[in-house]
Design a protein around this ligand. Structure first.
Ligand SMILES: [Zn+2]
Length: 150
């Protein structure tokens, strides 16, 4: 049997889809093939990561798509791309939420309020502010908008 077939079978084993004989074959192959052992380890790690993510109340269809992707990808690297994307999407979502929150806070607060002052002083350290900040030509909202939509 080819390597790819073994990996497919290893994946099915995690799903409890193998007969007793097939399971025995997989166990025997794993004992002699370091590559497939590493693949089985990665699958296990991936599944734990997905289970942990599911406990964080993520959209269930997202976890399902990661599982399906992992099942049909042969290369270990491709499995990790899915996990990385999951993490990156979570971070991007948080960053977007924070940006919207900041913009809303600024829009709601009166000029020169404490929160606007606080936001702008934290913004002043960035390089983009150094480029954009010409206090007499730009309003503070312009600078904030430039940073948020960068
Ligand atoms: Zn193998």
């Amino acid at each position: 049997m080819r390597h790819d077939d073994w990996k497919e079978r290893i994946s099915r084993r995690f799903d409890g889809e193998l007969s007793a004989d097939e399971t025995k074959d997989v166990v025997t192959h794993l004992a002699s093939c370091a590559d497939c052992r590493a693949y089985a380890e990665d699958l296990k790690t991936l599944r734990h990561a997905i289970r942990d993510a599911a406990e964080l109340d993520l959209d269930p269809s997202f976890a399902v798509s990661v599982v399906e992707r992992a099942r049909y990808q042969d290369a270990r690297v491709d499995s990790w791309v899915a996990v990385e994307r999951l993490a990156r999407n979570a971070v991007m979502g948080l960053a977007l939420t924070a940006a919207i929150l900041l913009a809303t806070l600024t829009a709601l607060s009166p000029r020169e309020s404490a929160s606007e002052h606080m936001i702008l002083s934290s913004v002043q350290d960035t390089t983009i502010t150094g480029v954009l900040m010409k206090p007499d030509e730009l309003t503070k909202s312009d600078v904030l908008l430039a940073v948020v939509t960068r």
